[in-house]
Design a binder for this molecule. Structure first.
Ligand code: UTP
Length: 290
């Protein structure tokens, strides 16, 4: 079955990016001239997704406003002859069919995904974590969708992390399939000892799930931090029917982390058609003083 629906969980509290995220959702933090979540929606659309559910909560109304029309602003832009900016502003509201639902209590990523049950119905669906921006010519979500179409199993986006970092992530038991694809049959969330580390591959940022994940999530007890962890439900899936891991191409930026935000800003600005050159010159100048 074709993957045409995606879920973007964006209801987290963003405590690692306070005070910026006290009243501004981290998914709305700007990279150059667009909020992070717009890059993510664009990636989904480029991957063939037509329907997107964004999971929000209290205080995240600005996300809804961003993907809505803005008649007063649009009139002003047209009246002042700024047709290019007008087109850009209007196009945001036409990217995809975008729906919103509130996660009423912040009970973890797994709980956020379970809020998508009636939107998803009986179809496979992609999940794009709202604070992970991935930039690449071949959209990461589309790479996972191709792996789903090929192997018919749930797919996780995976990347190798350092041995020091793996204790903060999940560790996957993987075996090579072909190219950058692996079969994944087990996982350990935040391994504490070297014996618990199954590999340095971890789930990062994107997955394609099958609707059986919802029953598994319903049975999943709160895990780390008292939250319902999506990775705990994925472990059940990996151990029972197995999953496919895709070591996706593209550069991932963690917008839930202050250094990640700075890296995204610098690297994406350097690629910008208009700002790239003056920004590069500015960086060269300032680097002399470092
Ligand atoms: P994170 O764990 O990175 O988000 O979740 P967080 O809870 O905001 O992080 P802290 O507070 O800085 O540690 C990954 C994604 O899942 C969403 C977040 O918005 C983020 O996009 N999420 C997380 C939810 O939608 N609901 C939740 O209950 C938790």
């Amino acid at each position: 079955m074709k993957v045409r629906k995606a879920v973007i969980p964006a209801a987290g509290l963003g405590t690692r990016v306070l005070p910026a995220t006290k009243s501004m959702p981290k998914e709305m933090l700007t990279i150059v001239d667009k909020p992070a979540i717009e890059y993510i929606v664009e990636e989904a659309v480029r991957s063939g997704i037509t329907d997107i559910l964004i999971i929000t909560n209290r205080g995240k109304g600005v996300i809804e406003d961003h993907f809505d029309r803005s008649p007063e602003l649009e009139d002003r832009l047209l009246a002042s002859g700024k047709k290019d900016v007008y087109d850009q502003v209007v196009s945001i509201s036409k990217l995809a069919n975008i729906f919103f639902i509130r996660q009423k209590e912040t009970k973890g990523l797994g709980h956020a995904v379970s809020c998508a049950r009636s939107f998803v119905g009986d179809e496979p669906f992609a999940v794009l974590y709202g604070d992970d921006v991935i930039i690449g010519d071949d959209p990461a979500c589309g790479q996972l969708i191709r792996a789903y179409e090929k192997y018919g199993k749930a797919v996780v986006g995976i990347k190798e992390v350092s041995r020091e970092a793996i204790s903060k992530y999940s560790s996957l038991k993987v075996a090579p399939l072909e190219g950058n694809m692996y079969s994944c049959t087990d996982m350990v969330e935040k391994p504490k000892t070297d014996e618990e580390v199954l590999s340095l591959f971890s789930v990062l940022g994107r997955c394609v799930l099958t609707p059986d994940i919802f029953d598994i999530l319903d049975r999943t007890a709160p895990g780390a931090g008292g939250e319902i962890q999506l990775t705990d439900a994925m472990k059940t899936l990996a151990r029972s029917v197995g999953m496919t891991g895709v070591d996706f191409t593209g550069k991932r930026y963690d917008m839930g982390d202050k250094l990640g935000i700075l890296q995204a800003t610098v690297e994406i600005a350097l690629k910008d058609a208009v700002l790239g050159e003056p920004f590069r010159n500015y960086l060269k100048e300032i680097s002399k003083t470092l």
